[in-house]
Design a protein around this ligand. Structure first.
Ligand SMILES: Cc1cc2nc3c(=O)[nH]c(=O)nc-3n(C[C@H](O)[C@H](O)[C@H](O)COP(=O)(O)OP(=O)(O)OC[C@H]3O[C@@H](n4cnc5c(N)ncnc54)[C@H](O)[C@@H]3O)c2cc1C
Length: 398
């Protein structure tokens, strides 16, 4: 049974940038330092396997969701960016993960300071090539990381998959929207959920609630949980602005680092351009993103509130000149929106059993990137629920 507080696909799944990407908001080399080579690369491989799962979902359900596939670029400007990503590329090559390419401008001031051990991992290109990859007309960025990306409409995917489930599994699947799970009581081997005037008896509960905290949990075995989970999830509001133009522009998914050193506090900016079907026509939709704000009380967060004026100014004054420089300043956007991005303490999605009571499971905490990771998490949940024993993983709740 899927219980949804609002309408399906109206959370982050309906309010994102539509990029299909598989990176963590934490470098792979950092994950290797924290979890060891095998566990970290296994986690990365699991997320990358979601490309295949997405294809399988589309093929087996016939869901009419266009997926545009491309090589996407990330812009870098400091030696720190390069050293971190060259380490990541080395780890990828050693572990058989998808290959990534690094290109560095011949004009990069730090070219002579890149250690010789990385020489086989990058190529030197013209500054014009860097500009072209990032679609920029300044020389603020001097290197790019190129890798497999895509674009798709995740709200449409939710809608199509839900329709398929309702149609094909009427005896096994129930969907209740406009229904908030307000209180969850966890027992030894089952759970009881209070949803409005109704109660649901379940053998297991999977929280896929992103960073929302509209519910309380009473764990009758193994200790108190709710405070524990809330203190682990740090929600932020991610803001977006989009405009439409004539059809036919190539799809793109690009990001631009803003911090001098990876791991700094400034959010990075990003650009998604994809085809978009609206009222009988297909247009090009260009989405700009990056600005974020901390949210203290997610129960009070209004997903339909207007984008604040100061955030709109950041789009026009900072994101647009970089990621859509041919668009004049001061124009209204066709769409602005925002959604919750839940960050976990370790910036890794939480997927698996609650260690204090396995009746409860989690698949949440996008940490900025959740489209493919949530699908990968879905398979992990299905396997665990079916009784598979899985190797320890970076996603395990602890
Ligand atoms: C601005 C923005 C841009 C993003 N861009 C990208 C991107 O380009 N690429 C990418 O990979 N990821 C991106 N993400 C993240 C991505 O959208 C999500 O991680 C992904 O869609 C998976 O979401 P989810 O299912 O975990 O959560 P959601 O889609 O938020 O779903 C959680 C659902 O739980 C419901 N809910 C919560 N509490 C209760 C309750 N008590 N009872 C019943 N229902 C409840 C909510 O109503 C909601 O519908 C972005 C997110 C934002 C906000």
């Amino acid at each position: 049974m899927l219980v949804e507080r609002g309408r399906a696909g109206r959370g982050a799944s309906g309010r994102n940038a539509g990029q299909l990407v598989t990176y963590f908001e934490r470098p792979l080399c950092d994950l290797v330092d924290a979890f060891g080579f095998d566990m970290a690369t296994r986690g990365q491989a699991e997320v990358e396997a979601a490309w295949g799962l997405l294809d399988e979902m589309l093929a087996s359900t016939g869901a009419a969701v266009p997926v545009e596939r491309l090589v996407g670029a990330m812009g870098m400007f400091s030696l720190n960016h390069l050293l971190v990503h060259l380490r990541n590329v080395r780890i990828r090559n050693q572990s058989g993960l998808d290959r990534e390419t690094v290109e560095i401008s011949e004009q990069a001031s730090f070219l002579g300071r890149i250690p010789e051990q990385f020489r086989d991992l990058y190529t030197i290109v013209s500054q014009a090539r860097i500009r072209e990859c990032l679609e920029i007309d300044t020389d603020d960025y001097v290197a790019v990381l190129l890798n497999r990306k895509g674009c798709a409409n995740s709200a449409l995917l939710c809608q199509e998959l839900l329709a398929h489930m309702i149609r094909h599994y009427p005896d096994r699947f129930v969907f209740a929207d406009q229904s908030t799970a307000e209180h969850i009581v966890l027992g030894q081997a089952d759970a009881r959920l209070a949803v409005g005037r109704h109660f649901i008896a379940a053998s297991r509960v999977v929280l896929c609630t992103n960073g929302f905290n509209h519910h309380t949990i009473d764990n009758q075995v193994g200790g108190i949980l709710p405070q524990r989970l809330e203190s682990k999830i740090h929600p932020r509001i991610g803001y977006m602005a989009g405009f439409v133009s004539s059809p036919g522009a190539p799809a793109t998914a690009t990001s631009y680092i803003n911090n001098e050193e990876i791991g700094g506090k400034k959010p990075y900016y990003y650009l998604t351009r994809r085809s978009y079907a609206r009222s009988g026509e297909v247009v090009t939709l260009t989405c700009l993103g990056g600005p974020e704000a901390v949210v203290m009380d997610t129960a009070a967060y209004d997903e339909n509130a207007d984008v604040p004026r100061e955030i709109a100014q950041v789009f026009d004054a900072q994101v647009r000149p970089l990621a859509a420089s041919s668009r004049p300043a001061g124009l209204d956007y066709d769409y602005t929106w925002h959604g919750l991005m839940a960050y976990t303490d370790n910036k890794i999605r939480l997927v698996g059993f609650e260690p204090r009571n396995p009746v409860l499971m989690y698949n949440l905490g996008c940490n900025g990137v959740g489209f493919l990771p949530s699908i990968a998490g879905g398979l992990r949940i299905a396997k665990l629920h079916s009784g598979h024993t899985l190797q320890p993983s970076i996603f395990d709740p602890s």
